[in-house]
Structure formats: C-alpha cells, structure tokens
Write a protein that binds this ligand. Structure first.
Ligand code: HEM
Length: 244
C-alpha cells in the first residue's frame, strides 16, 4: 500500500504464478506526484491463487505409494505367519496376500521395487521443486501443541486445503521417516551378508526383524488415523484425487 508521500512507477507488474506453485501475491500499482497535494493513487491488491493444491506428480506418487504399502503389509503379514515373532500377534489368512510363504515372498519382493522407486522419486522431486520444504516444514513444538489442542477440541480449521496443519505435517514427516526405516530394515533382512553395516546398525539380523515389525506397526497406525482424518474432511480426498 502506498502512503501519500511515496512515489512509485505506475506500471509495476505483478509476478506471474508458476505452474503448480501456489503464490499469494500482493501487487501495488500506483503513482503520486510528490511535492503537490494533487494525488492519484491506484492501490490495487490482487491475491492470485493457483487452484491446484496437489500437483499431478504428488497425486500419482501418493496413490502408488498407498497401494504399494497395502500390498507390502498384506504379503509381509503372510511371511510373518511362517515364523511369528510374538505369540499374541497373528494375522488371519483373510487379510494376508500370497497364500503361503513362497507366494508371499514373491509379492513382497515384486512390490518392494515399486515402493522404493516411487518413494525415492517422490522425495527427489519434492526436494528439487522445493515442495517438500514448503508443505511439510516450518514446524515447531509450539505449533504442533496448539494445533493438537485445537484438533482435540474439534476447533481446527480446514479453510485452506493447500496448507497442512502442524499435526498433519508432523504425521507426514514421521511416516516418511518410518518408510525409510522400513526400507533399511527390509534391506537388512533381504541381504544381511551384503549389508553388514546396516545389519550392525539394526542390532543384528534378529533385531532387524523386530525393527521391521515395529516400523510396519507405526505405518499401520498412521494408515488407520490418516484414513479416519480424511473421512472427517472429505474435501481433502477430492484434492488428492483431482488436484483441487
Ligand atoms: C500407508 C499409506 C499412505 C501413506 C504412507 C500416505 C501418506 C501421505 C502423505 C505423506 C501425504 C502428504 C503428501 C504431500 O503433500 O506430499 C498424504 C496426503 C493425503 N493422503 Fe495419504 N497416505 C497413505 C494412504 C492414504 C489413503 C488410503 C488415503 C485415502 C483414504 C489417503 C488420502 C490422503 C489425502 C486425502 C491426502 C491429502 C490431505 C490434505 O490435503 O489435507 N492416503 N498421505
């Protein structure tokens, strides 16, 4: 906004929107004749908003990732059934994939390439475009606490679908880190001899199984809460399907 004593060239141009990147741009165009009281100011505030919330590549990676995670869990549970870690944790055949150990391993090893390639591509593109930093960072304990308290009181706003709240950001960052841990512990179980450093980091082969199981449990917990949250805000599902 120009003040009366300020002078500015009359044709300042608004920055253009870059495809796929939301920008709120305030453009002020005006002119003033300094030294005189005759003043003509054109003060124009334009908020340009790109309606795309999730670009096509994010949607594609997200849904491929979701499908891959479901298939990995179902086949992993079948593999687990061949040698359960805990007597009190068993997975009924109706929610497993592969039919038997060999079949489940074939599924697990086939889908793992899709999961890993898709996940790496999502991270690389997210970092290169700056989207990952823009959407998931700028996080503090205070904003998480405030948003969590508001969410528990049912007072968290969902007005702007392009902005994740702090709890959402934290959950997405945790699940991304969790998928990294799942991949690394899985790599240890798959090639324990070829990756001795990883095996040592996991605390040995047997411990890598526990780490892999624990990381899967965190992912399953995220999945359940994530789906409930999406059901509570159905508009967010539309944005992840059609982009806006
Ligand atoms: C375990 C599987 C899944 C994982 C790991 C996962 C992970 C994520 C991540 C990381 C994001 C943020 C994406 C970004 O902005 O870059 C996201 C957003 C989203 N996910 Fe998932 N997701 C999973 C399954 C699902 C499922 C099954 C649904 C549908 C019910 C779903 C619906 C959504 C929606 C609607 C958003 C956008 C939320 C918003 O705009 O507020 N996700 N998910």
């Amino acid at each position: 906004m120009l003040r009366p004593h300020e002078s500015q060239a009359p044709t300042e141009r608004c920055p253009r929107i870059t495809a796929g990147i939301r920008q709120d741009t305030r453009c002020t165009t005006g002119y003033a004749s300094a030294g005189r009281h005759r003043l003509a100011i054109l003060d124009e505030e334009i908020v340009l908003t790109n309606p795309t919330v999730h670009p096509a590549w994010v949607r594609a990676f997200h849904w491929i990732n979701a499908a891959a995670v479901i298939l990995m869990c179902m086949s992993g549970w079948q593999v687990y059934e061949a040698s359960p870690l805990f007597s009190f944790v068993r997975f009924p055949a109706s929610i497993t994939l592969g039919g038997w150990l060999g079949g489940a391993l074939l599924w697990h090893f086939a889908v793992m390439w899709i999961l890993v390639a898709n996940f790496i591509a999502y991270l690389v593109l997210g970092i290169m475009t700056g989207r990952l930093g823009r959407t998931l960072f700028a996080l503090s304990i205070r904003t998480v606490a405030t948003d969590l308290a508001a969410a528990l009181r049912g007072k968290l706003g969902h007005g702007d679908p392009s902005q994740y709240n702090a709890v959402q950001k934290l959950a997405y960052l945790v699940v991304i880190a969790d998928i990294v841990l799942i991949i690394l512990s899985g790599l240890t179980l798959w090639k324990p001899v070829q990756f001795p450093v990883l095996r040592a980091l996991m605390g040995g082969y047997d411990n890598a199984r526990v780490v892999h199981f624990a990381a899967m449990s965190v992912l399953a917990g995220f999945f359940a809460i994530h789906v409930v949250m999406v059901a509570l805000v159905p508009r967010s599902l539309l944005t992840m399907i059609r982009g806006r």
